[in-house]
Design a protein. Structure first.
Length: 375
């Protein structure tokens, strides 16, 4: 029977592990944290009994039926519509930018047609192919809305000027000319009824899967494990620069710090309040009882202020920082990893890309089936 080693128990590792286990492969999963589930891990707050997303909010959304059907095998999902608000320039606005936001901002009662015409007149149509976040925003919404909603926030989130951030980041932020304030536009949207941790426990509950926590491994450790325990293949979902012992230097990541606090009653009236102004040090506040509206909650509330900063070797890396100008260091790691024959790099950190949960699962499904086909 084939033996496979997987580093990381987030969606990438857990998905590959489950599919391989169901196909008769012996799987060992190693994770450097004390729990499974990676950044999707959640737990009950001791004081309020509210389920909290420990590493920031995670709402599952996808158009991919295969991914949706796969993940629903391990836990029932409650339908969940994400409605966010933005605190900007002394006002509270609806996000994503929609007809309500536009009418609020311009103190008007425009129709969709009128709003489209106004925004088109304010957008800079001389920008043909936007290269940066800034160009993308100015082309499609104009200087006014850009300065209000899309200038200060990304500077705090990414730690750089919007002109340095690739345009692809802003493509995740829709603008609508109706009153639809659903942040996402995917067919399938939800949150696991019993939480993400329960979902991962079900995914990894298979006789062909064993896992080991609180264990951090680099390339040398992996090579020793391959030799000593006869693993046929390794799937690695950790930070690729750490894996290679920072041979070419440390890649640029953003990390998050969370400041937890409580309120005796509702604090902000919504699940996420984004703070767009640059002078506010945190990017958003999440109120976690709004993630589980199907549960009965006490009058108390638990919240997190979220701060973004440059990642050090002691921090948890969250977001790979891609630049408009490219990244020579990453190119070297990518070239080196492509030469590996027994190691496959998967997930956000190992492939140095900003990936949503459903994309991680989709790529992991494809990766697992490719391994099965070739072995």
């Amino acid at each position: 029977m084939n033996k496979v080693l997987i580093i990381g128990s987030g969606f990438s590792g857990a998905t590959i592990g489950r599919i391989l286990a169901e196909n008769g492969v012996k799987v060992k999963i190693i994770d450097d944290r004390k729990h499974i589930g990676g950044n999707c891990y959640d737990e009950r707050d001791e004081k309020t009994n509210i389920t909290v997303h420990v590493y920031g909010p995670h709402i599952f959304h996808t158009d991919n039926k295969e991914v949706w059907d796969f993940i629903n095998k391990f836990g029932a999902f409650e339908s969940y519509i994400t409605r966010l608000k933005a605190n900007a320039k002394g006002g509270i606005y609806s996000l994503p930018v929609n007809l309500h936001t536009i009418n609020q901002y311009y103190h008007s009662t425009m129709s969709p047609t009128e709003a489209k015409a106004l925004i088109a007149s304010k957008g800079d149509q001389s920008i043909i192919e936007p290269r940066s976040f800034e160009e993308q925003a100015i082309k499609f919404v104009g200087e006014d809305l850009y300065k209000t909603f899309f200038h200060g926030y990304p500077k705090k989130q990414w730690g750089m000027e919007p002109a340095e951030i690739p345009a692809s980041v802003l493509k995740r932020l829709p603008v609508r000319f109706n009153y639809d304030d659903n942040y996402f536009f995917h067919k399938y949207q939800g949150i696991p009824r019993n939480g993400y941790t329960s979902l991962f426990e079900n995914m990894l509950n298979h006789p062909n899967i064993e896992f080991e926590l609180n264990t951090k491994v680099d390339r040398k450790d992996v090579e020793n494990l391959i030799f000593n325990e006869n693993y046929e293949h390794v799937f690695f979902s950790g930070a690729i620069d750490y894996f290679y012992n920072y041979e070419y230097g440390m890649l640029e990541y953003r990390t998050l710090k969370f400041e937890k606090f409580y309120s005796e009653d509702d604090y902000q009236g919504c699940v996420v309040m984004s703070y767009c102004d640059e002078e506010v040090p945190y990017t958003r506040i999440t109120e976690h009882k709004y993630f589980t509206p199907w549960e009965e909650h006490s009058s108390g509330s638990v919240l997190y202020k979220e701060y973004s900063s440059r990642c050090t070797k002691e921090d948890i890396p969250y977001y790979p920082v891609r630049l408009v100008s490219g990244n020579e260091m990453w190119n070297k790691y990518e070239e080196k990893s492509a030469k590996e024959t027994k190691i496959t790099f998967i997930g956000r950190l190992a492939t140095y890309r900003y990936l949503d949960m459903d994309v991680c699962i989709k790529e992991a499904i494809e990766c697992a089936h490719a391994y099965i086909k070739n072995n």
